[in-house]
Design a binder for this molecule. Structure first.
Ligand code: ATP
Ligand code: MG
Length: 578
């Protein structure tokens, strides 16, 4: 775990090494402090001249000043170079990871759990780094520096201290290993808790309407029981097993050290002044053993959250294979050839969403895609934009295989209005939302797109007009208004290919007919794929209508041809016009 964390924090290695150096310097000065006390005792006995004392006092004052300055440098180094920059680094790495991962990856991960994992992981990583910097490294340095003089003055005591330390560290590491499974389970509970907490907030209206608040609270309560259960087992192991053994080891060591000193005093190999010095050293050593243990415990406590963040940040990102140098001329056509596609795993007849599907979307023309719910219409949008990869078949945009396009460059060719709830409205102003794909767009461009999308008059009626804040996910807008904001956004993006997935399904009949009138202008010079359930919105517009059912193309032709054929399309038309 620590190795993984260490490689994750590569940009901070240098800062950390500078800090270890400062710690050594600081602790050496601290050691000088204990030595000065024993020096004063020696000098008292030998009756030195008065000016020696003056030098000593001046020296001590200088020493204290140096000590304080080192302490400051130490603190500042950690705060300015490590704590805050590290927070920024971890958070940005996580966001960058989210932005780079593909759609199937996002579909596999629950967003509440992801956000919780990052928040928790970042704080836990910071806590580990803080523990290491403020306490662990200084303790290691203090231990090493205290051991050196001890070896000269009282070698046996130094040896016993080392043995004690090894035993102590072994017990601590072993204890933490044994606690790992409890911690992992506890972390699973936390992840479940984040997911359910976010769901409780987002589903508030559904809960209120169906009166299920108590049940959600009970679910949460069960998760917390689980957390406490795992935590108690972990602490029981720590307190009643490993801590007891640590105390036994230390107590025995203290007794043995005392005996050694008595023997050394009797033999005359230890003076009273040296005894003061070594007893300070041993006290520092033994207390640093405890600190070691507690610090390792604390780092281990945070290790599971930090490990999961490290795992997330080291997940492989999709590799770009595209290499085209020159863009094809516009308008761009799309050709889908014998595509088989399943959302998860390998394609099979049963699990697939598209089966041997072929379709040509002519450049500069309007192709309509119709068919029953679940037929695979939205899936077509995902595969032509490479948001989801096909298991079989090929797709060409502008005559170039989509795998040869550079991913972002391919997406720059598309603009879209997603279906229903997939429209994402930011908690910002209407202007921000419409101009999202082109933040540099002029007011005139924004207004023009809004007029074409039939939303301009509504925006003018608002007190703050285009500067109106729309609330989380556009909560202050109606369904039809959100859809028109999304349409204005797609128009403003002004890309060669436009995909409209039920773009006006939530709009009233009068506004819809206004938008229909504008469609010719909106689609001029563009290749369009229009998906609709309400057939009247496409039959006057589309150059070609493709009917899908069960992931397959079942009919293709103009409105008149399809009605004449008397198949699925003719049936849908007759049901809608009855
Ligand atoms: N992310 C996904 N993971 C797994 N299966 C999915 C996913 N999205 C859609 N499906 C499945 O793929 C099939 C086609 O879905 P798609 O959304 O393309 O239908 P659609 O024709 O757009 O339907 P609608 O008219 O209701 O929007 C459906 O059976 C659906 O359950
Ligand atoms: Mg759909």
């Amino acid at each position: 775990m620590f190795r993984k964390l260490w490689s994750l924090l590569a940009p901070f290695h240098r800062t950390f090494l500078v800090f270890v150096f400062l710690a050594f310097l600081y602790e050496t000065v601290q050691l000088g402090n204990s030595y000065v006390i024993s020096l004063v005792v020696t000098l008292f006995g030998s009756g030195v001249a008065a000016y020696t004392w003056i030098f000593l006092v001046a020296g001590l004052l200088l020493f204290d000043e140096l000590n304080m300055r080192l302490d400051n440098a130490f603190d500042w180094h950690i705060i300015a170079k490590q704590s805050h920059p590290l927070y920024r680094f971890l958070k940005l790495s996580a966001i960058s990871k989210f932005l780079k991962m593909n759609i199937p990856w996002h579909h596999k991960h629950n967003s509440g759990t992801l956000v919780g994992k990052v928040g928790d992981g970042v704080w836990k990583t910071l806590e580990i780094v803080d523990v290491m910097s403020w306490e662990f490294v200084p303790t290691v340095v203090q231990t090493v520096i205290s051991l050196i003089p001890l070896f000269f003055i009282s070698p046996w005591v130094a040896l016993i201290s080392i043995v004690t330390f090894v035993l102590f560290a072994w017990l601590t590491i072993k204890g933490n290993r044994e606690k790992e499974p409890f911690r992992a389970k506890r972390q699973d509970y936390y992840e479940d808790e984040w997911n359910k907490s976010i769901a409780s907030v987002q589903s508030v209206e559904t809960n209120l309407m169906f009166g299920q608040q108590e049940r959600l609270l009970r679910d949460q309560s069960a998760i917390h029981d689980g957390i406490i259960g795992e935590a108690l087992q972990e602490h029981r192991l720590g307190i009643f097993k490993y801590n007891r053994w640590r105390i036994r080891v230390l107590t025995v060591a203290r007794r043995v050290v005392l005996v050694i000193w008595i023997l050394q005093l009797l033999q005359g190999s230890l003076t009273l002044a040296s005894l003061i010095f070594v007893s300070v050293l041993v006290e520092r050593l033994f207390s640093s053993f405890w600190r070691f243990a507690r610090l390792l415990d604390r780092a281990a406590q945070n290790s599971e959250g930090a490990k999961r963040l490290a795992d997330l940040l080291s997940e492989a990102e999709p590799v770009e294979t595209g290499s085209i140098q020159t863009l094809p001329s516009k308008p761009l056509g799309i050709s889908i050839q014998d595509v088989c596609f399943a959302y998860e795993g390998d394609y099979s007849e049963e699990d697939g969403a598209l089966h041997d599907f072929s379709l040509d979307i002519e450049p500069g023309q309007v192709t309509a895609l119709v068919g029953p719910s679940g037929a695979g219409k939205t899936t077509i949008r995902k595969i032509v934009t490479r948001l989801a990869g096909c298991q079989k078949g090929s797709i060409f945009v502008g005559g170039i295989d989509i795998n040869d396009w550079d991913g972002p460059q391919l997406l720059e060719q598309f603009s879209y209005v997603p279906q229903g709830d997939d429209v994402y409205i930011f908690d910002e102003t209407i202007r921000y939302n419409i101009s999202f794909p082109r933040p540099e767009a002029t007011d005139e461009e924004v207004i023009n797109a809004s007029k074409l999308a039939g939303i301009h008059d509504f925006v003018l009626g608002l007190k703050d007009g285009y500067n109106t804040q729309v609330g989380e996910r556009g909560i202050r807008l109606s369904g039809g208004q959100k859809q028109r904001v999304a349409l204005a956004r797609a128009i403003l993006a002004n890309r060669p290919i436009l995909i409209l997935d039920e773009a006006t399904s939530a709009v009233d009949a009068i506004t819809e007919s206004e938008i229909q009138t504008n469609m010719r202008t909106i689609l001029t010079g563009k290749t369009a794929l229009v998906i609709a359930h309400r057939l009247s919105t496409v039959w006057g517009l589309a150059d070609k209508i493709v009917v899908m059912d069960n992931g397959k193309k079942v009919e293709e032709g103009t409105h008149a041809q399809l009605v004449d054929q008397g198949g699925l399309y003719a049936k849908m038309v007759s049901l809608q016009t009855e």
